[in-house]
Design a protein around this ligand. Sequence first.
Ligand SMILES: [Cu+2]
Length: 65
Amino acid sequence: MVTLQVTGMACDGCAKAVERVIKAQDPRASVRVDLGSGRVEADTSAAPAALVAAIEAAGYGAKAA
Ligand SMILES: [Cu+2]
């Protein structure tokens, strides 16, 4: 389980975009996004640093929580 703090998500579309970014790194990941808090939980074997980099490349802020 990887928990990330993501900033810059304003709507459901953003939440879906972040989920897609994570699934691009690991198609089998199961992802939960809490839009209000920016907390993102992913059941994935992908490295947290790789997820952070991919989310930042998509235009959001991210750090391991
Ligand atoms: Cu949005």
